[in-house]
Design a protein around this ligand. Sequence first.
Ligand SMILES: Cc1cc2nc3c(=O)[nH]c(=O)nc-3n(C[C@H](O)[C@H](O)[C@H](O)COP(=O)(O)OP(=O)(O)OC[C@H]3O[C@@H](n4cnc5c(N)ncnc54)[C@H](O)[C@@H]3O)c2cc1C
Length: 309
Amino acid sequence: MIPSSFDYLAPATLGEAVNLLHEHAGDAKILAGGQSLIPMLKLRLAEPALLIDINRIPGLGYVDERDGSLRIGALARESDLETASVVRQRYQILNDTTAVIADPLVRNSATVCGNIAHGDPGNDHPATMLALEATFVAVGPRGERRIAARDFFLGLFSTALNEDEILEEIVVPRPTAPAAGAYLKLERKVGDYATAGVAVQLTLDASGGCARAGIGLTNVGAMAIEAVRAQDFLRNKPLDSPTIAQAAEIAAGEADPIEDRRGSADYKRDVVRVLTARAIRIAANRAAGANIATPLPFTYSPSQAALRS
Ligand SMILES: Cc1cc2nc3c(=O)[nH]c(=O)nc-3n(C[C@H](O)[C@H](O)[C@H](O)COP(=O)(O)OP(=O)(O)OC[C@H]3O[C@@H](n4cnc5c(N)ncnc54)[C@H](O)[C@@H]3O)c2cc1C
């Protein structure tokens, strides 16, 4: 389909972009990588009167560590995460996440901030940002606002960003060693959105037990879910097989999936259980020093017969 007509402006500064968004609030959209917005325009699921292209604003494409945190600017692409050495060294869960998003063509354009701002429960970064206890920096006409990841995702395509705010930066606190994470995703075919995905970030105590756990779930609810009961259960426990199995059961119980072409609700809940147990093991082993490469996404589609049974 052809999008309905819209005006297009490409401001040179963030301040100009905020002013334009404020002037046209409710009728304007930020254009970043366009990998979600352009398909929505073509399907006429979005019909803004104005597109504000932020791609010509200099200085927003950074991925770097400053003041004890990883900072991801509004124009950092998925491919920038893949190549940033600091991400490979200390934030492997982000590498895991970006590696299972779509394909290299999409990842060269799509921004990490766009992935968050879009509020799509099928997107992979929201769960990871919940597990990492990230903060989102929004800038609007009244200045800057910091929003914790757990307060950001409000529902289906709904976030805490106001209509006249731009997501300027993602701030991820630097994990205190020994700590590591993992992101695992099941998809029907290569490049697909998740049937379910699980992000786990662990900090270990001196005896190798769990000092802190962050667990986020992808595409098993109207928005990314923080598995708070599973997190609380793991804290101060040894990371042995029975504990991991029980935490995974608890996380599965926190998922709230619906049946669709990707599988039944029970099937998706069980996928969460399996992926949670595996992600905890990988995160714990990485935190203990094991060199575990970025996992490939698992691909599997339940048969229609299985769906009906
Ligand atoms: C074929 C295909 C497969 C895909 N598969 C996956 C997948 O498996 N997993 C996954 O996570 N994603 C997937 N995506 C989505 C992709 O990651 C999107 O690009 C991403 O969700 C949005 O980033 P963007 O920079 O392209 O944003 P855009 O498309 O430009 O914008 C998306 C929305 O966010 C808003 N927005 C963007 N940036 C900002 C900002 N800084 N501040 C405020 N609002 C902003 C826009 O106004 C718009 O409403 C896929 C996309 C395609 C085309």
